[in-house]
Ligand binder design. Sequence first.
Ligand SMILES: *Cc1c(COP(=O)(O)O)cnc(C)c1O
Length: 400
Amino acid sequence: MIAAMADRIIYLDHNATTPCDPRVVEAMLPFMTESYANSTTRNHRPGRDAASELERARTTVDRLLGGRAASEVVFTAGATEGNNLALMGAAEALVDRGRHIISQRTEHASVLAPLTVLAKRGWEITLVGVDETGRIDLNELGRELRDDTALVSLMLANNETGTVQPLSEAAELARSRGALIHCDAAQAIGKIPVDVGKLNVDLLTASAHKFYGPKGVGALWIRHRRPPIRLEPVIYGGGQEGGLRSGTPNVPGAVGMARAMEITVSEGDGERTRVAVLRDRLESSILESLDGSWRNGDVGNRLPNTTNLSIADIDVNALLASLPDLALNTGSACTSAHPEPSPVLRAMGVSDELAGSSLRLSLGRFTSESDVDHASARIVEEVTRLRDMPKRMGRGSHRR
Ligand SMILES: *Cc1c(COP(=O)(O)O)cnc(C)c1O
């Protein structure tokens, strides 16, 4: 048995969330203990100071996303809220154009669930399919676009497989038919360059805790020019955030998000290269050591930190239970309350059996070479042990 490293759990679940970078925590602290005033209050100096800090953070986030004006950024409580605001807000604002919305089958639940609600309220929803690598077919998207298509919503990168969609080409198609284009970029920011101008999108969702910022803060970027986009709010109250997101602004969160984005943009290239080398090392050592193991997703268009593997003849829950020294995931963390074969992998044509025995490994800023070597050795060791078990105990091979 390979010795567990002195009680330290190797964290390989960065697509579920990342640790806060200590530099981010440092930037946030003064806004909790010293400069804590409500930024909505203009009647005293601390309130005005908090407001100018919030605007500074907004300017940074807009600039680093490639925007043109700070007012394009609405701070939210994360990507789930940002996606809800984008979809529900655009649907309400665009009813005159039509009630048809296009998305695709491997979207995050925070896109698919609001679309289900809109379908109940009379919108027509088309979900385009994906190929075996998880990419949408642009020809199919082109065929589904109609004169009454109000909005197209596509994720930039998939949280389970890391597959990156052809967003700018899809945006071009949507635009040519007069539809707005929304992009859930929650999983992409910090892992690949993200620029609203190059992607050519109208709405873009971000979440700080996916790129070493704090949980509970994110942003929806909303194009203000050519054309200006108008949304209806989903949360009503005091009218903060340009009326689109009422509630006392989370100043420490916004400051942390801006700092996390600065670090990610300035250190991103080096980090991406380093992480991709480690990911490839982890992936190939598992694939080479285990018969009946496959990679899911697109190799050419994929996040540098993610690998998704299916391992035949294994009960993944038994495997996870036998690997207490590793923090791994099967499928998406957000849906693991309902264990069933990953809908993302099934949409890619992976069989129920193999979709139900998939491992998602996602590396990050603080992952080391010894972490990945330990992880691959332990995974291979436990898979081999579990596969041998039924034989030794005289039972049939794995059943489900
Ligand atoms: C994590 C994630 C979300 C949800 O983000 P929260 O900030 O946790 O609400 C949405 N979309 C994708 C693609 C994600 O990876």
